[in-house]
Structures are given as C-alpha cells and as structure tokens.
Design a protein around this ligand. Structure first.
Ligand SMILES: *[C@@H]1O[C@H](CO)[C@@H](O)[C@H](O)[C@H]1NC(C)=O
Ligand SMILES: *[C@@H]1O[C@H](CO)[C@@H](O)[C@H](O)[C@H]1NC(C)=O
Ligand SMILES: *[C@@H]1O[C@H](CO)[C@@H](O)[C@H](O)[C@H]1NC(C)=O
Ligand SMILES: *[C@@H]1O[C@H](CO)[C@@H](O)[C@H](O)[C@H]1NC(C)=O
Ligand SMILES: *[C@@H]1O[C@H](CO)[C@@H](O)[C@H](O)[C@H]1NC(C)=O
Ligand SMILES: *[C@@H]1O[C@H](CO)[C@@H](O)[C@H](O)[C@H]1NC(C)=O
Ligand SMILES: CC(=O)N[C@H]1CO[C@H](CO)[C@@H](O)[C@@H]1O
Ligand SMILES: [Cu+2]
Length: 585
C-alpha cells in the first residue's frame, strides 16, 4: 500500500446520481439490480409534510414544588419511520422511552443547569444491522452477535466513563461489552454553560451506520436565571431544534448505502463519505412549517455523516446567530449564510416579520465533498419551506444587543502548543483507504495528556484535499487563525511530514506563511467542532476547564477511559481519524 498525503477526488465519481448511472448500466444490461433498488427522489413532492415536533423529555424532576435530578431509561428500538408522505416506511433504529414513542431523531432532552441527568441507555436492537457493516475497520465486533452501541453526548462536559468512549459499546441486554466499558448509567452533570448539544451513537467503526440508521437526538441545557433576561423567543412553537441530515433510499423505502467499498480488497464496504440526495429535517424529507410574522429561534444541528451545508434563505432573509455549537456568542451576529460541517450547531433567530415574501425556502449550496466536490442538485439544494402567515402578531421576544460574555481567552493563557496533522492514505495512489491523525490510528497509545484547568494552542495541519471538521471531547476552543501552507512548497513539507511526523522538525513555520482566511464573525465564539481547511494550518485555543468559571470540573476528568478528539465526518472517524487523550491533574 502506498503512503500518500494527497488524493485525486475519486469520491465524487463513486457517488454518481441514480439517473446517470442507471442509464449507463441499463444501457448495457437492461433492467438492473441497481435500477430496482433505488427510489427516484424526483417522485417525491417537496414541502408536503409538516415539520414534526420532536418529543421533549425533561432531564430533571419537579418534586413537591422543587427541582430534582432525574434518572431516565432511554431505549434504542428497531421500528419503521415515514420520512415522507409518498415514501414507503423505512426500517430505522430509534431512541425513545418505548418502542411506540421512539422517533428519528430521538426525543429532545431538556436539561437544567445544576441538576444532574442520569441516563441508562438500553439497546433493544435486533441481532443484525439494517446497513452494511464493514468489520475490517471496526474493532467493535461482538463474539455472540448483536449490534454494538454506545451513546456520546456531543458538547457535554462530564466524566470519561459517561462520555460514550468508542470502545465502551454494549449489545442488547448488555450481553456483551467493549473493552473500555465501565458502567450501566451515564451521568450528565449539567454544570457547564447553557447551550445546545446532541446525543448520538459512538461505537467504534459503527458510528456512521448507527447514525444513518437513526440513533441521534438533541440535548438542550438551559440556565434560566441567565437566559430568561435575554427574552429570546421561547416555548414549543417558537424555539425549536432543526436537526438536518441527508439520506438515500431504495424503492422499498429502506435506507440506501453502497455496500461495495471503494477498495473492496481492503475494506469490503467502507466508502470515504456517505451522501444521500434527500434532505431530512426533524425526521421528514423537505418539510414545511407555517410561521407567524415574528421571531423564531432555531437550533440548527448538522447531523449528516459527511455533508456540509451552506444554509441561506431563498428570499434573502437573514439569520441572527446567537450561539455556535454549545455556547452563546457575546453578541448577536447577522448573516445571510451559515456553513455547517457535520456536527456543527448554529443557534439562530429568524425574524419572519422582515420577510417581503409569503414563503421562504431554506436552501443549501455547499459542494459535496466539501469544498471541492460536486455542486448541489435540485434535490439536495432544498432543505425546507417556511410559509409565512400574513396576519401581524404581537411578539414580545427580543434580540438583545448583548448575549453572554465569557471571560476573554487569548494565546497568552496557553501552556503549550501541540501540532495535529491530518493524513489520508491511498491505495495505488488513487482511492482512499483510511485516515490517520499524526500518522497514528485510533488504537495506538495515548500521546496527549492535557492538564486540567489549562489552555493549549493546537495547530491543526490539514494535509488532505478535504475539509475535516475536528471535534474535541470535553474541551471547548476558539478558532484563532487559518493560514495557508505555501502552495509551491507543500510537496517538500508533505515529504518531510511523511518521514518524520514532526511539524517542528519539518519547520512548519517556514511553510505556513500563505494567505490567512479570516474566521467568520459568528464562528469566533467558543466551539467544540470546526472546519479544518485543506492545505491550511488552523490554530485553535483549547480550554480544558469550564468557560464560565475557574472552578475545577465537578467530576474526576482523569479517570479511564479518557476522552477522544476526531474528525466528525463519520466515515473518517470510523476509519481511524480519531485519537484518544487523557487528562492529568
Ligand atoms: C411530597 O411531600 C409530601 C408531604 O410533605 C410527602 O409525603 C411526599 O413523600 C413528598 N413526595 C416526594 C416524592 O418527596
Ligand atoms: C466480517 O464479515 C465477513 C463477511 O460479512 C465475515 O465473513 C467475517 O467472518 C467477519 N469477520 C469477523 C472478524 O467478524
Ligand atoms: C448472550 O451471550 C451468550 C453468550 O455469553 C450467547 O450464548 C447468547 O446467544 C447471547 N444472547 C443474545 C440475546 O445475544
Ligand atoms: C458503489 O461503490 C462501488 C465501488 O466504489 C462503485 O463501483 C459503484 O459504482 C458504487 N455504486 C453506486 C450505486 O454508486
Ligand atoms: C493571497 O492573497 C493575495 C491578495 O488577496 C492574492 O493576490 C494571492 O493570489 C493569494 N495567494 C494565494 C496563493 O491564494
Ligand atoms: C480565571 O482566572 C483568570 C486568571 O486569574 C482570569 O483572568 C479569568 O477572568 C478567570 N475566569 C473566570 C471565568 O473567572
Ligand atoms: C499540503 C497539502 O496537502 N496540500 C493539499 C491541500 O489541499 C489541496 C486541495 O485543496 C491540495 O492540492 C494540496 O496538495
Ligand atoms: Cu475527516
């Protein structure tokens, strides 16, 4: 196998649309298996299903007039789900309190600051998966069958044993567990800044198929004494998560995923990025929502495996961004478009009283793979439709001038610099086989041991052609700058990195002196995942403590199995683009 740091974008050719390929194949063979398999999405009328309200689940109890921590049991169930009025019901894996009430996405957990939420996640899944499961990338292989699962609360600041480590998986009935499994019940302490999180599966090598099957949901942490004075839009109607992902379907309604890998002799099923052409919001393909002429708050979560979205409104309506990922911005930022990589979250207010038209399409124009893949199609360029009621209504909500100010964080607080290099490896100089961070697979020994309470500068060097959204568990970070590697000299630098795997010895500063790309205003707040531009060094300041206080973590962050950082393109994460780290005192 060749070690290569750069690739030709083969991916897009393998992700050809139904129509073209069907024609070619059909031309040769007549009616083909392929033609029979795929649902022609052009047949689905857009904007016919109403945007569903996801079930809400309080992460705390009211007992005799006071608030108390709560223990919940949430199951993973095998059921059918209607993604569109005219699409046959789809077999899915869904989270819920019961088989009956389980949904895709799962219930929105609403937690309250300072009140612990205990969740026992229970696997009620069948013995075999509904999607292709490539066991050559996956260290999660149960001996007695069943589907390994483990839940990670993305953006959560909590103990390692509740963090959903990829090797802490368990099968139905906890019959079998992964080598880092520790306990039945996860403990979310809810002592961090208020904001948006999401929970999703994180089992080693299976994350991409478990999420595709439906194992994901929103988690909102509220801190009412801090948030109420902001008087942002509230309540079930006016404050809603929008969980967006893409899927492809077969004629029988089942989720389509290519079961042939791009290098089948190495990985029989693994493909470098999953894309589907139907855009699903809160469980419905291209839904519609009738709104009043007033402000709405939307917590937009990109829950796709690999698709980036550049959201904008067809009628020029703006987003007022109030939070990014799991934290509020210091003040609102108005923008016409928002680019979300997988797992990035934008918390926005949209004021429909400003609309000059009666409808507005939430649209997308991000190439896939991002940034240099195919342009969007008729299908995947539309997300959902807003139908704007004409009557004027009274709206007492506000967009305050200031939101939540966290103490300033700058490079001077950093105790050290780490270099994190992203590599892609190719088979016969052509198609990707796997991705590593710092030349190491996920299961190589821990190299990073950050100290609790400190901040560090991480310089993330992207030596691939793709943009990789880097996600760090536990820590929050600020994006400081993005600098291009000098184009004409990148080969030199890549060759050096290939041999030495050491950015300092390879004189990174000599090469990283190209143009700087400004960090977008609404992306300058605290984040937990960010887009690492290809051919660039992205400098971030990572804080390993709370952002709202200097109190040390209210749990032992040094316990096993530690935490991880990884690319949030799930197909990359599953194929080794993930590394462990452990906190020390
Ligand atoms: C609520 O208060 C009543 C009366 O004080 C008490 O009997 C009951 O046990 C309390 N319930 C709980 C769940 O604490
Ligand atoms: C992996 O899957 C293949 C085919 O699905 C199977 O033959 C093989 O035994 C599996 N390997 C392991 C280690 O489970
Ligand atoms: C549970 O594990 C045992 C072996 O420990 C195996 O024989 C049995 O089939 C498993 N049951 C289920 C439901 O997976
Ligand atoms: C599935 O992937 C294989 C290998 O990359 C490719 O040859 C085939 O065309 C793909 N099928 C579809 C429908 O995209
Ligand atoms: C860097 O920016 C300058 C000024 O905008 C532009 O002329 C130049 O082409 C850019 N260089 C590269 C390598 O993109
Ligand atoms: C934490 O301590 C540093 C240094 O003493 C101070 O600058 C910062 O404002 C403190 N942060 C908080 C949230 O109190
Ligand atoms: C250093 C490096 O790998 N640069 C690559 C970054 O990505 C571009 C494409 O966007 C490649 O052409 C470079 O080789
Ligand atoms: Cu990636």
């Amino acid at each position: 196998m060749e070690f290569m740091l750069c690739r030709k974008t083969i991916t897009r050719f393998m992700l050809l649309l139904t129509a073209t390929l069907t024609l070619i194949v059909a031309g040769v063979k007549g009616a083909t298996e392929f033609e029979d398999r795929l649902f022609n999405l052009e047949k689905l009328e857009m904007f016919v299903d109403d945007l569903p309200h996801l079930p809400r689940l309080r992460g705390y109890h009211f007992v005799n007039g006071s608030l108390k921590p709560r223990s919940i049991q949430i199951g993973m169930f095998f059921k059918k789900w209607k993604f569109h009025r005219d699409l046959p019901a789809t077999r899915v894996f869904a989270y819920g309190l019961s088989w009956h009430t389980a949904t895709v996405p799962g219930p929105t957990i609403e937690a309250a600051y300072g009140l612990d939420t205990y969740v026992t996640w229970q696997n009620h899944l069948p013995s075999s998966h509904i999607l292709p499961w490539d066991n050559t990338t996956s260290p999660a292989i149960p001996k007695h069958g069943g589907i390994p699962t483990v839940v990670h609360l993305h953006g959560g600041i909590h103990e390692p044993s509740s963090d959903g480590n990829a090797d802490s998986w368990f099968t139905a009935g906890f019959n079998e567990t992964g080598k880092k499994w520790t306990k039945l019940t996860t403990h979310y302490v809810n002592k961090q800044q208020p904001g948006n999180m999401w929970y999703h599966d994180h089992a080693a090598g299976l994350t991409r198929v478990n999420l595709l099957a439906g194992l994901l949901g929103a988690y909102i942490l509220r801190h009412s004494s801090i948030e109420s004075p902001l008087r942002l839009p509230t309540g079930r109607e006016f404050d809603r998560p929008l969980i967006v992902f893409d899927r492809g379907f077969r004629r029988d309604g089942s989720i389509y995923m290519n079961a042939t890998g791009n290098n089948p002799q190495i990985h029989p099923q693994w493909q470098p990025e999953y894309f589907g052409d139907a855009i699903i919001v809160n469980g419905k393909a291209w839904p519609r929502l009738t709104v009043q002429r007033r402000k709405y708050r939307f917590r937009i979560i990109n829950a796709a495996n690999a698709r980036f979205f550049r959201f904008f409104f067809s009628n020029g309506l703006r987003f007022v961004v109030i939070g990014s990922d799991s934290a509020y911005l210091p003040k609102p930022v108005r923008t016409k478009s928002i680019i979300l990589a997988p797992s990035e979250i934008a918390d926005v207010v949209v004021d429909f009283s400003k609309s000059k038209t009666k409808t507005a399409i939430l649209a997308n124009n991000a190439a896939y793979p991002y940034p240099s893949g195919d342009p969007v199609t008729e299908e995947n360029s539309k997300v959902m439709k807003f139908i704007i009621n004409d009557e004027s209504v009274s709206d007492t909500s506000t967009i305050p001038k200031k939101l939540i100010q966290y103490p300033l964080a700058d490079v001077s607080t950093s105790v050290r610099t780490r270099y994190i290099a992203m590599f892609e490896y190719l088979y016969k100089e052509q198609t990707p086989t796997h991705l590593y961070i710092n030349g190491l697979p996920y299961n190589a020994p821990v190299r990073e041991f950050p100290k609790i309470g400190t901040s560090e500068v991480w310089e993330v060097i992207n030596l691939t052609e793709d943009n990789h959204p880097l996600h760090i568990h536990l820590g929050l970070f600020k994006v400081l700058e993005q600098t291009a590697l000098i184009d004409t000299e990148t080969e030199e630098f890549k060759n050096c990195m290939k041999k030495k795997l050491d950015a300092v010895k390879c004189q990174i500063s000599k090469y990283a002196r190209g143009n700087k790309t400004a960090v977008t205003a609404h992306e300058r707040g605290w984040k937990n995942v960010f887009k690492m531009m290809p051919g660039h060094v992205t400098k971030i300041l990572v804080r390993f403590s709370y952002i709202h206080s200097n109190k040390s973590y209210s749990f032992d962050a040094t316990q096993k199995p530690g935490y991880v950082y990884h690319c949030h393109i799930l197909d990359h994460e599953d194929n080794m683009m993930m590394r462990p780290f452990e906190m020390v005192k």
